[in-house]
Ligand binder design. Structure first.
Ligand code: NAP
Length: 494
């Protein structure tokens, strides 16, 4: 195993990946899994193995949560300024290594390099934002109505946190949780996704270099998620869980959290409606649709999953969107000029193909795309489907691929009903030039976030999160740190 090292500048992906520690990071030290086991991490563009990473189990999980528990008291009492400065230094380090980290993200996750650079900047901004929030955690003071008591409300770190993240934004989903946890004074046990652990492991070295003390962040990679996370949930030491991933796993973790009544933040799946009204600026709507659909190859919880377009403009919208989709270049995300990388794995590709086949069997037309690309890697063509029937399977499941189903609607009420006809409620997109309609629909749509004439809502300055089965709590913005703080009230006689 290599020692903790600064990532070298301007090297190729293989050389950079060779410098990343591939062990477990527990109590400030790198170590192999107690079993000695490892698992392979592949490049989805080539199926080439990039590295072997320590495969942690329950005994490793126990060491990690014990370390987090021991470190909590002293860490919670450190000054907000010192925590703030660690985050700020980590922000600077992340940005100074943007190119190297982007190469790691592209190698293990597949997104094109330009998108990966964007993810590094987005991810780093959570550290800068929470470095600023760390020193602004306030409290409250009031006098009771009868004038006999002072009420002093203080805020304290919630305690050791279990953080679990998905593979689709391997850096940003981590910093969006680690940033506020550090700012609030919480210690952490962190399990990144099995498919994309390398970026998270590179992040550890950056936080150590920024001055994070031993025991505050403990990272266990594993190929058996439950064997690590469930012992943490049952440990009695962890006081909070913050999870980003599928609704199915989120529900499981909520059940586990109930056993010890743990605070829970859940960023779960989405099924975003993208509504284009008859009065919309159609070119602007197509621009927005390209972002909302194609960012991350459609592998985003925020991806526009269902495009509801007024019947009077549906054919024109689908044709314009198809034209733009057909201009995209599909290939290895590390290659110049590529806009669309591979899907994460073969299983994902087969799922997307199955959803397209089902929609076509129910009467949809393939306006462009509609099948996988030949050769190695898990590539799927950018696809637009016209006249999709609302009972198609892809209307009721996350597509997680570059497929845009266009469904015509006739009335505003129908659009809202179709959009809300899902158990999820993460984000919606609405294109209209009528301000009254914008507010009316904005209020009626059951979502936690709404892009109004924009295809992009993710922003570290904003409270990210959903309603219904898309989750609990908010990440980012002024609310983000609240998820990691408890209130305490002191009653003081006057
Ligand atoms: P996933 O299968 O739910 O996995 C997410 C994380 O949970 C991974 O680290 C995974 O580990 C872990 N996990 C799996 N089974 C577990 C178990 N039994 N106990 C504890 N942890 C377990 O989701 P995914 O496929 O990686 O990510 C895609 C999903 O994430 C989509 O539904 C997407 O919408 C959602 N997402 C939501 C947001 C948001 O902010 N709302 C953002 C991004 C993604 P392994 O990797 O080892 O399986």
């Amino acid at each position: 195993m290599t020692p903790t090292a600064t990532l070298p500048v301007a090297l190729d992906a293989a050389t950079i990946i060779a410098t990343i520690n591939t062990g477990l990071f527990i109590d400030g030290a790198w170590r192999p899994a107690l079993s000695g086991a490892t698992f392979a991490v592949e490049n989805p563009a080539t199926s080439v193995v990039l590295a072997h990473v320590a495969d942690g189990g329950p005994a490793d999980a126990d060491l990690a949560i014990q370390a987090a528990g021991r470190a909590q008291k002293a860490w919670g009492k450190t000054s907000p300024r010192s925590r703030s400065e660690i985050l700020r230094r980590a922000y600077d380090l992340l940005m100074s290594r943007q190119e190297e980290l982007a190469l790691v993200i592209t190698s293990e996750m597949g997104k094109p390099l330009a998108d990966a650079r964007g993810e590094v900047a987005y991810a780093a901004e959570f550290f800068r934002w929470f470095s600023e929030e760390a020193v602004r955690v306030g409290g409250d003071h009031t006098i009771t109505g009868d004038g006999k008591h002072r009420i002093l409300v203080t805020r304290e770190p919630v305690g050791p946190c279990v953080l679990v993240t998905p593979w689709n934004f391997p850096l940003a989903m981590g910093t969006r949780k680690i940033g506020p946890a550090i700012a609030a004074g919480c210690t952490i046990v962190f399990k990144p996704a099995e498919l994309t652990p390398l970026t998270s492991l590179a992040l550890v070295d950056i936080l150590v270099e920024a001055g994070l003390p031993a025991g505050v962040l403990n990272v266990v990679t594993t190929s058996k998620a439950g064997s690590v996370v469930e012992p943490w949930m049952d440990s009695g030491i962890a006081r909070k869980v913050s999870f980003t991933g599928s609704t199915a796993v989120g529900k499981l973790l909520l059940e586990q959290a109930s056993r010890n009544v743990m605070r829970s933040s859940m960023e779960l799946g989405g099924n975003a409606p993208f509504i284009v009204c008859a009065d919309a600026d159609l070119d602007r709507a197509v621009d927005g649709a390209m972002v909302a659909k194609m960012r991350n190859m459609g592998e985003a919880c925020t991806a526009a999953n269902r495009m509801f377009v007024h019947r009077s403009v549906a054919t024109e919208f689908a044709a314009k969107l198809a034209q733009r989709m057909s201009e995209l270049s599909v290939g290895d995300g590390a290659a110049d000029g590529v806009n669309v990388g591979p899907l994460i794995e073969e299983k994902a590709l087969l799922k997307v193909q199955g959803l397209v086949d089902d929609a076509v069997a129910r009467g949809a037309s393939v306006v462009v795309g509609g099948s996988r690309e030949g050769g190695a890697g898990y590539f799927y063509q950018p696809t637009v489907l016209g006249n999709v029937s609302p009972d198609s399977l892809l209307m009721n499941t996350e597509i997680f691929g570059p497929v845009a189903p266009v469904v015509p609607f006739d009335t505003e009420d129908e659009a809202v009903e179709l959009a809300n006809n899902t158990p999820w409620g993460l984000v919606g997109y609405l294109y209209t030039q009528d301000i009254d309609r914008a507010f009316r629909l904005g209020e009626d749509l059951e979502v936690g976030m709404l892009g109004l004439n924009t295809g992009m809502v993710s922003n570290p300055f904003a409270p990210f999160g959903g309603v219904k089965q898309s989750g609990l709590g908010r990440e980012g913005g002024k609310l983000g740190i609240d998820e990691y703080l408890e209130y305490k009230y002191l009653a003081i006689p006057r």
